[in-house]
Design a protein around this ligand. Sequence first.
Ligand code: AMP
Length: 212
Amino acid sequence: MRIVLLGPPGAGKGTQAKRITGAYNIPHLSTGDMLRAAASAETNIGKKVKETMASGKLVPDPLVLAAVIERIAQSDARHGFVLDGFPRTISQAVTFDDLLHTEGVELDRVIELHVDEEVLLDRIVTRAREAAQAGGAVRADDNHEALKVRIDAYREQTAPLIDYYRSRNVLKSVDGLRPVDSVTEQIFQIMERRQRAISNTVAEQAKSGRPG
Ligand code: AMP
């Protein structure tokens, strides 16, 4: 199954993506992780990516698209994936749709984790504090200034994707403020319904002798 998780920073996309990966055995593709890996390279591009990410702004489309195209071509992603952090702009979504279309596949669901802006800052500041207390690394962009830029980028550039995918009948929204387990439960229900719909279509096609 091909799933996109959509939601502002701090909505819980990473946490939920890991749970989907565990339950459905499809890889978790996080463009944030891909770009953090690119940023750690001591190259000019790596340095530029690092700077952009630390500021909270979006990395230019060509770099992001190159990373996604390379990753989804790998064998573990052939039958499905859960994308976390991509697409983030309408132009990324259009390019991605074209790419999937060329491959003869489509997105099964885009799941929006809906969270009000006011709670996001709190959530991310808590995430940074907990990471620091546990002795882990704190993300360079988990600070107040970069966060505001990230939330603005979401509102201006990414939130329009909600209508984009709604008009394509693939969008489902869940309340991201519910407890983590409850959010996971809602996501699994959406995926199970989609899975059943696919199985029914395949069964009907088999009955009528039509190819899939
Ligand atoms: P994330 O880990 O998803 O919160 O992403 C961290 C940062 O990586 C973002 O603030 C952007 O700078 C960059 N980034 C991640 N995904 C994308 C994307 N699809 N397009 C542009 N920049 C991205």
